[in-house]
Design a protein. Structure first.
Length: 159
């Protein structure tokens, strides 16, 4: 993480909690030290509307409905069934990140799978972190955006 932050001039972390290492930070919990406190998808739309372009995107969302519920509970918000539907939210967040990240930029993602950011990205490195016992491992991935393919031209190949 440190080496990517060191080489970055503009970074975005939409799930920052109390980590202040990125240029733009957000966390839905208003009690964290993040700069903004919005839903991650709304936050990324907000950055996009201001024309923010990043060379580093940190993608470390809650990995499970249980984690979302626990995170919301910390600041007195009850997670609804819509809040805990991970796939649609994570897909939307990745899509918004795609538009913010510059070609050549790095996406760091953390989770329980290797879905990553898709076909317009190349893998740089993957690290598996074992938490021991009955805990799931965390898969940490670094990917480079190799081209930008607007949805309008999705039928064409990116070179």
């Amino acid at each position: 993480m440190e080496k990517y932050l060191r080489d970055s001039s503009v970074s975005v972390d939409p799930f920052a909690r109390n980590k202040d290492w990125a240029t733009y930070t957000n966390d839905v919990n208003p009690e964290t030290s993040a700069q903004h406190h919005m839903d991650a998808v709304d936050y990324l739309e907000f950055l996009s509307s201001y024309g923010v372009k990043a060379d580093l995107f940190i993608y470390d969302p809650p990995y499970s409905p249980r984690q979302i519920s626990e995170h919301y509970k910390e600041f007195g918000r009850k997670a609804t069934s819509v809040d805990t539907q991970l796939s649609p939210m994570l897909s939307k967040a990745r899509g918004r990140a795609y538009g913010i990240l510059k070609v050549g930029g790095i996406a760091l993602s953390f989770g329980w799978n290797t879905v990553g950011f898709g076909k317009h990205f190349e893998f740089i490195e993957v690290l598996n972190v074992c938490h021991g016992g009955g805990h799931n491992d965390t898969i940490c991935m670094a990917q480079r955006k190799i081209c930008h393919q607007p949805e309008l031209w999705a039928h064409q190949q990116c070179n």
